[in-house]
Design a protein around this ligand. Structure first.
Ligand SMILES: NC(=O)c1ccc[n+]([C@@H]2O[C@H](COP(=O)([O-])OP(=O)(O)OC[C@H]3O[C@@H](n4cnc5c(N)ncnc54)[C@H](O)[C@@H]3O)[C@@H](O)[C@H]2O)c1
Length: 437
């Protein structure tokens, strides 16, 4: 890999453009405003709290990530959003019931100032929702041009030097890649012909990339996984990343499954179920959207456990994932895992996980890090798929022909080594033999 020559400084304001002003986006925006005012700590965010070890362990060099590489300051972030519901970020955060009312009242002024622009939205792709704040144009190509105008207007009005787009909107119905996705020309013709294979999320990604703005996909939608959009990212020299923020049950899975494989313990079955009662849960109650999420969640174990290499251990395990909409819990999801494992001489054992988590509290710092690292990638000249950000995603994007790396700690090593690389520091191999002369 070629070493980036230098990283452009993080000067000026950074537009953080979010399609979808729901629970995740408002928890992100309120969190950034709270941290800026010293009201809370950015817990869960590597860009704000983590360090990187440099050189030998004896050198004791462990700068914060934000000291090692130039990242946008929280004070320089400027949030813009689109949503089919016209609620501003304050009203939407109150509705989402993630953060306490007391905190939201203290942040009412900056939150009320974030008003969603009319969305590119159609209930064909998110069947459980419909809202009035929606753009109208004869074709999907025209809708894309309207989004490009929004981006330019927003950047100018807010005096932003750079921008990133992070998809925080709903999970769309399941779509398979097809001929119109295979090549940029065909994709743009399909936009002009209002082809149903062009989902709203693809139109946002197309508009962002056309404007030279990096795009990250926080949902399991197909969006940037298609060759047409990847060609556009390459052509424009812009970073893309995805997909589906890794926050709760899959985060646990990508810690526990590597442990089983590391110790050569077998797996008979892994049953995962969830209850949640937020709007995301309502959308995922539709089988079309659930299918998109299910595919994203299911691939993890196969890739980590490599049954083709270890048929005795992982040749025939069952893997089930369920998500049940259960209103009383709101954003406070409960995720259960019943894991049937096999030890020495084939003796069965069980692991039970009951994760009482908060969906958007886990997702907000992920969205923040992804926004700041995508901006860093753009300034460091890293183009196209950003595999080093796999750490943040359930279905990490990789170059054609590669399998994705799901193990959380391999992903973390990859992320930190990439930071060392762009900062011109030596990579760390963990060999350590030179300590023993
Ligand atoms: N919270 C988590 O832990 C987590 C983890 C991984 C992925 N995600 C994904 O992140 C996304 C957001 O989650 P959430 O809990 O904030 O959901 P949410 O329902 O609270 O918010 C999504 C918002 O997107 C809006 N929207 C839908 N289609 C749109 C479009 N075409 N353009 C603009 N806005 C649109 C909806 O009106 C809604 O306000 C979902 O796709 C979810 O699956 C969340």
């Amino acid at each position: 890999m070629k070493k980036p020559s230098s990283i452009a400084p993080a000067e000026g304001r950074l537009a953080v453009l979010v399609p979808g002003l729901g629970a995740v986006a408002t928890t992100l925006i309120a969190g950034v405003e709270a941290v800026r005012r010293g009201l809370a700590k950015p817990i869960g965010s590597l860009t704000q709290m983590a360090t990187v070890r440099l050189g030998k362990r004896t050198e004791k060099r462990t700068p914060a990530i934000k000291e090692l590489v130039p990242l946008a300051e929280l004070g320089d972030l400027c949030f813009g959003a689109w949503d089919p519901f016209p609620d501003d970020a304050y009203e939407s955060a109150v509705h989402a019931r993630v953060l306490e009312r007391d905190l939201l009242e203290r942040l009412k002024e900056p939150l009320s100032a974030v008003r969603p622009m009319p969305a590119v939205f159609s209930p064909e792709y998110v069947r459980r929702l419909d809202g009035p704040n929606v753009k109208k144009a004869p074709t999907k190509r025209d809708l894309g041009e309207l989004l490009r105008e929004d981006i330019r207007r927003f950047m100018k009005a807010n005096d932003c030097a750079r921008g990133v787009m992070v998809w925080c909107a709903s999970t769309e119905v399941y779509l398979e890649p097809s001929a119109v996705h295979a090549e940029l020309g065909a994709f743009e013709r399909a936009m002009a012909a209002n082809d149903p294979a062009i989902a709203p999320s693809m139109i946002y990604a197309w508009a962002a990339l056309q404007e030279g703005i990096a795009f990250a996909n926080g949902a399991p939608n197909l969006t940037v996984d298609i060759p047409a959009i990847q060609q556009l990212a390459k052509k424009k020299g812009v970073p893309i990343a995805g997909k589906d923020f890794k926050t709760g049950q899959t985060l646990m899975k990508t810690v526990l499954a590597p442990m089983l494989k590391a110790r050569m313990l077998g797996l008979e079955g892994w049953f995962s179920t969830n209850i949640l009662g937020n709007r995301d849960g309502e959308v995922l109650d539709d089988p079309g959207s659930f299918k998109t999420k299910e595919v994203s969640k299911l691939s993890v174990l196969e890739h980590i456990l490599q049954p083709q290499l270890y048929p005795d251990l992982y040749g025939h395990f069952d893997h089930k994932v369920q998500i049940n909409y259960y209103r009383p819990r709101g954003d406070n999801k409960e995720g259960w895992d019943a894991i049937d494992i096999v030890g020495w001489l084939g003796y069965p054992m069980q692991i039970k996980v009951d994760f009482l988590c908060r969906d958007s509290i886990l997702a907000a710092p992920v969205a923040l890090d992804v926004a700041l690292f995508m901006d860093l990638a753009a300034r460091a000249g890293l183009k196209g798929i950003q595999e080093w950000l796999s750490f943040y995603f359930k279905s990490p994007m990789v170059a054609e022909g590669l399998y994705p790396e799901h193990d959380l700690f391999i992903q973390l090593t990859k992320l930190k080594n990439t930071l060392r690389h762009v900062a011109g520091e030596e990579l760390i191999t963990h060999l350590g033999l030179d300590y023993y002369g």
